[in-house]
Design a protein around this ligand. Structure first.
Ligand code: ATP
Length: 356
């Protein structure tokens, strides 16, 4: 028996996590699922969005499943799960399932991962007044020679690219590509930066990544600037394997890539640190459809499959993914975002039946 902590978060996150947990239990998987207080409710009852007892349970759990963040109380949960645990590797699989509502003419065979560096780059935001920056760094010039003071009133944001942060995400990318290679994928890293413009920061990221990738002679490697990468993800998604992105680029490109494979309703993710992992859908709390029971639970079910795999329940993970694939292939119980009329629970019922 393994223990899972399930935290719905906010909006549709609550609905899709609840439905997914019911599915996991009905499937008879060897899981004990705990749902400790968190977010706004915990703020009201315990005076904190992530009470100590919830943190303790997360620390002891074999797996953590999160729904979606929206307002400050659920963002505080993400802050705990992601930033405070140094979960630096955000794995976002982009896979087309036959029957999903892709806008692409030929989505068949799309199967890659956007690997987003999760801890630095432009996030978490470190911003300030231009006047303070001008005082602190009077010699700072942009590439055309303008000093900071010449911009007048305004703000700035700082992009951080550390050697340690870049080396560890590059290593993670290579290990992931090797693992995928054993599953029949090509074993290729596509590095995404804007090093032609941000020569010192993005250029450093690219240089460090290339140093690490050179230690993995079995892997293929390519680098694209982010604008070119965006275009290629639409035009040639089948050529991608592990797409290693700096934080902001990964944030944007993973939504773009997910849409190509059928939309946010389908896109799962996992965030990994050295001794930590949690799993969540890529989508947010979707306030426009929250409370209606019509959200697509696929992203959360597939996130749960990633979690099961990580917990050592590979067979259960594969069965769950195969069941989802079957529901899409049959096409009779798809949710509205996929052109169907099924509710969240009807989709889960179909997935349970597909599990056999
Ligand atoms: P937030 O601010 O919490 O991120 P948002 O609405 O800005 O919320 P998303 O929650 O990611 O961003 O949603 C973007 C769009 O995709 C919305 O129109 C939403 O209804 C739709 N969407 C997202 N997830 C799902 C889902 N699981 N099922 C159906 N539609 C979804």
């Amino acid at each position: 028996m393994k223990t899972v902590v399930a935290l719905g978060g906010e909006g549709i996150g609550v609905e899709v996590v609840e439905a997914t947990c019911e599915l996991l239990v009905a499937a008879g998987f060897p899981l004990r699922i705990l749902t400790p207080p968190h977010g706004e409710a915990a703020q009201a009852t315990d005076g904190s969005p992530v009470p100590d007892q919830t943190k303790r349970l997360c620390g002891q759990a074999d797996g953590i499943l999160f729904g979606a963040a929206g307002g400050p109380a659920s963002v505080a949960v993400i802050t705990y799960l992601r930033w405070q645990q140094d979960a630096y590797a955000n794995v976002r699989p982009i896979k087309y399932y036959e029957g999903a509502a892709s806008p692409l003419t030929n989505p068949h065979g799309i199967d890659f991962v956007v690997l987003r560096e999760n801890m630095e780059g432009l996030y978490p935001a470190r911003e300030g007044d231009l006047a303070d920056l001008a005082r602190a760094m009077p010699e700072l010039r942009d590439r055309i020679g303008r000093g900071v003071a010449e911009y007048g009133e305004g703000r700035f944001a700082v992009k951080v690219v550390s050697r340690r942060g870049t080396e560890r995400i590059a290593r993670f990318a290579c290990e992931l590509a090797l693992k995928r290679r054993t599953q029949g994928r090509p074993g290729k890293i596509t590095c995404v930066t804007k090093s032609n413009v941000l020569r010192d920061s993005d250029g450093f990221f690219q240089e460090v990544v290339e140093g690490i990738v050179a230690q993995y002679p079995d892997l293929a490697y390519e680098h694209f600037h982010v604008d070119d990468a965006a275009r290629r993800l639409v035009r040639f998604p089948q050529t991608m394997d592990v797409v290693l992105c700096m934080n902001l680029y990964g944030d944007i490109l993973s939504d773009l890539a997910a849409e190509g494979a059928g939309g946010l309703g389908i896109a799962p993710s996992g965030c990994f640190g050295d001794r930590w992992a949690y799993f969540e859908s890529v989508h947010g709390s979707a306030p426009d459809i929250a409370g209606h029971g019509i959200a697509n639970p696929t992203a959360t079910i597939l996130s749960a499959a990633m979690m099961l795999d990580h917990m050592g329940l590979a067979d259960e993970a594969q069965r769950l993914e195969a069941a989802v694939a079957l529901v899409y292939r049959e096409g009779r119980h798809l949710t509205r975002d996929q052109g169907g009329a099924a509710t969240t629970r009807e989709f889960c019922k179909a997935a349970l039946e597909a599990l056999g």
